[in-house]
Design a protein around this ligand. Structure first.
Ligand code: MC0
Length: 140
């Protein structure tokens, strides 16, 4: 069901500073910068690698306001890994299969994600404390 790790989402206070850090330490390149009002984030995708099943990225996330998913996470836990996004072929089918196994869906239907992807989140309390995102993309 899972094709690859699409991205690792990392919460930060200052997106520009964190981009500079990833560029200078790891030599990564920003391929996309977006504001997603629905998700309450300003974010950047930095390309890591290409594989048979598509590319993988680091996604840096800065909250638009304190009262957002990432804002609350930063207040509680500080900067760090916020979620893991896995690539899937058919997100609607994957959501139905995962839900049937008793995992709570945070999104019953896919939403708009980074770089035109369809995304949906699964409840971290049902996945060993890891906020997990499914990503269906046409970019591979
Ligand atoms: C919260 N919790 C987490 C967590 N965020 N656990 C692991 N990883 C995270 N990222 C835990 C808290 O520690 C707490 O546990 C419990 O979940 C409830 O948290 P809360 O602070 O009371 O917050 P809630 O319940 O209002 O919301 C948490 C929830 C929410 C995960 C349901 O953040 C959510 O719906 N997230 C999905 C959307 C999202 O994260 N969007 C931003 C990225 P305790 O034990 O203390 O009770 S958008 C994105 O990334 C897009 C642009 C893309 O990829 O393209």
């Amino acid at each position: 069901m899972l094709l690859r790790i699409d991205h690792v989402g990392i919460a930060c206070h200052n997106l520009s500073e964190k981009i500079e850090f990833y560029e200078s330490v790891f030599g990564l390149t920003v391929v996309s910068r977006e504001i997603n009002e629905e998700q309450g984030v300003r974010e950047a995708m930095l390309h890591v690698a290409d594989g048979d099943q598509g590319a993988s990225y680091v996604q840096l996330l800065e909250p638009l306001h304190p009262d957002t998913a990432v804002g609350k996470f930063l207040a509680k836990r500080g900067e760090g890994v916020h979620h893991v996004g896995y690539g899937v072929t058919d997100i609607t089918k994957a959501l139905a299969e995962i839900s049937a196994k008793g995992v709570r869906l945070l999104d019953e239907r896919p939403r708009h994600g980074s770089m035109g992807a369809s995304i949906a989140f699964l409840h971290p309390k049902d996945i060993g404390g890891v906020l997990t995102e499914l990503v269906e993309t046409s970019r591979h």
